[in-house]
Design a protein around this ligand. Structure first.
Ligand code: FE2
Length: 330
């Protein structure tokens, strides 16, 4: 069932061997792997049709981007929107978890998301410059590494590897709706550990923190909480990497303590005050940007580090986010 993937010239140097694919099927889950393969094959066949409705699912060949660019230029906003694209903010988000082990007090996760790293040649250098002085314990990449789902992913993969090249802490990642599984081998060889419906345990002395990652719940819908949480004890601290915040109710029901997501870009082109104009309606407005709560679950949706389709942002600056874990209730 994995035929049709191995001979795709667009995968270029990332076209993995069959043996590796079988290994990914075992990690992702057989059912989820088959669903992802079929969806990726459909995207390659359809090409410019993109992924369906919703601004953050359109592919850049779609005239929508040309139209938005034209509107920004005619209205005199283009130069400002391009400047904003590079004006990446460092946001600090404190997450209070009552049962966080004392050993993890102050543990800090740097989140980069929606890099779409091949959109502009100066972008990787800019991100490196922003994160170089920051202090954190691990790096989390929550998907959407490339601009275009169906084209050669080599450029975006190379750009992402460039961004993380100076990082000296463990790096974990999940795939987004713009990502092919084909990029995983090269990125894992560069030191990025993907969580494909999997978890890892971070230890400090006797204390444990569980970092859980699910596959894309938005377009591919190949996420599985059941697989990702298999073997995770009930009462431990659980931090979830989910490309989209649309999993907020599932995560709350699964007993996750903190969910970090991206996907929405915070709207990217917004009205004054950050009022979101465009989103794919996969999640309620209250979880589309910034910190939010769902029952006992705390969540944070990043506005994204890169941009979708166009290197342009209005009233919605990009961000890298430092999530600082604290023991306590507020
Ligand atoms: Fe994105």
């Amino acid at each position: 069932m994995i035929h049709g993937w191995l001979d795709d010239p667009n995968l270029g140097m990332m076209n993995p061997c069959e043996e590796k694919l079988q290994a990914y099927a075992a990690r992702l889950g057989g059912k989820e792997f088959q669903a992802r393969m079929q969806a990726e094959q459909r995207i390659r066949v359809r090409r410019g049709e993109g992924q369906g409705k919703g601004f953050f699912r359109f592919e850049p060949t779609i005239n929508l981007y040309a139209f938005i660019r034209l509107c920004l230029k005619l209205s005199g906003f283009w130069n400002r929107a391009l400047r904003n694209y590079f004006d990446i903010q460092v946001v600090r988000n404190t997450v209070c978890i009552p049962h966080l082990p004392r050993e993890f007090e102050g543990y800090t996760i740097l989140q980069l998301t929606d890099l779409h790293a091949d959109l502009h040649p100066d972008f990787p250098g800019r991100v490196k410059e922003i994160i170089a002085p920051l202090e954190y314990d691990c790096l989390a990449l929550t998907g959407d590494f490339c601009t275009c789902t169906y084209s050669d992913h080599t450029g975006a993969t190379t750009a992402t590897i460039e961004i993380i090249s100076g990082v000296e802490v463990p790096i974990y990642a999940t795939l987004g709706n713009h990502d092919s599984l084909a990029k995983v081998p090269l990125m894992e060889a560069a030191g990025i550990r993907f969580l494909l419906n999997e978890h890892v345990v971070i230890r400090r002395g006797e204390a444990e923190l569980y970092l859980v990652g699910i596959d894309d719940p938005n377009f591919y819908k190949t996420h599985s909480f059941q697989r990702a949480l298999r073997g995770v004890p009930r009462d431990v601290t659980k931090v979830l990497l989910s490309h989209s915040p649309q999993t907020h109710t599932l995560a709350a029901a699964a007993g996750v303590d903190f969910l970090m997501a991206g996907h929405t870009h915070g709207g990217q082109i917004c009205l004054p005050g950050g009022r979101i104009l465009m989103h794919d309606r996969s999640a309620p407005r209250r979880v589309l940007a910034g910190a939010w709560q769902e029952g006992d679950l705390q969540g944070y949706t990043s506005r994204g580090t890169g941009s979708s389709g166009l290197p342009a942002r209005l009233n919605c600056l990009p961000e890298v986010t430092l999530h600082i874990l604290r023991r306590g209730s507020d």
